[in-house]
Design a protein around this ligand. Structure first.
Ligand SMILES: [Zn+2]
Length: 252
């Protein structure tokens, strides 16, 4: 880092994009901060015109300051879209001075607007990292996040509504289901069910148990499935109760 006299109201320090120039003392609005300094390039000379770097400061059609020299402290000043300083160009004197356009407090980074050409060529492709642009991006991200949450909440509400509707639809069903299932149950030898079933178990238990319990497993699985998908409602309790009924009857 370049050595800067402590009499100067600034120092070079770490900034968001690398190095930057920071105020070390209060700088009053309107005062000159530092000169943008470097050899003058004449665009009419082939050798001068061939020089290309990020620190060229065009004064007019003919003259350009090559600010890439280390002695040019002003080259550490970063661009900002809402700066606290400006480049005061005096083409006739072939001089550029960086001047405060706001009161700058110690610790604050000094910035000026590099201009549209520089912005388009160097900053736009990589995204400007100045405070104003970062703030704008942050705001945009927050807005996008809020929008995502809003959409998510809406989808959730919609799903809940759908589930409720489904539940209401199911609430009308259980009686019908019971009626449909009844004949199946009647296939079981009910009058002295326990005895017969025991007999069945002894004689041919595998087959009987197998077929019955398979059926119950299916209905239980269905009840569990619907229980997972739907909020707790009368319907779910209804179906579960049916399943339990079936189980009890099966094991009775
Ligand atoms: Zn910016």
């Amino acid at each position: 880092m370049p050595a800067i006299s402590s009499k100067k109201p600034y120092r070079v320090g770490r900034s968001r994009t690398g190095l930057g120039l920071f105020a070390t003392k209060p700088i009053k609005k309107g005062t000159k901060i530092v000169r943008y300094f470097g050899p003058l390039l004449d665009s009419r000379k082939k050798k001068d015109d061939a020089i290309e770097n990020k620190y060229l400061f065009e004064l007019n059609g003919r003259w350009t300051i090559d600010g890439s020299v280390r002695k040019n402290i002003a080259r550490y000043i970063n661009h900002a879209c809402k700066p606290n300083a400006e480049s005061d160009v005096k083409p006739r004197k072939r001089k550029v001075v960086i001047r405060a356009i706001k009161n700058i407090s110690p610790g604050e980074e000094i910035n000026y607007d590099y201009g549209t050409d520089y912005f388009k060529a160097y900053l736009k492709p990589i995204g400007c990292k100045c405070d104003a642009c970062e703030k704008r991006r942050k705001k945009k991200r927050a807005e996008a996040r809020a929008e995502r949450l809003r959409l998510k909440a809406r989808a959730q509400k919609k799903a809940e509504k759908k589930a409720l509707k489904e539940a209401e639809k199911q609430a009308a069903k259980p009686r019908k289901e019971k009626l449909e299932q009844k004949p199946k149950l009647e296939l079981k030898p009910k009058p002295n069910g326990a005895g017969v079933q025991q007999n069945g178990k002894l004689a041919n238990g595998r087959h009987m148990n197998g077929s019955h319990s398979n059926g119950h497993d299916r209905s239980r699985a269905a009840a569990q499935k619907s229980a997972a998908a739907r909020p707790i409602t009368a319907t779910r309790l209804g179906t579960t109760a049916t399943a339990v009924d079936l189980d009890q009857q099966a094991s009775a």
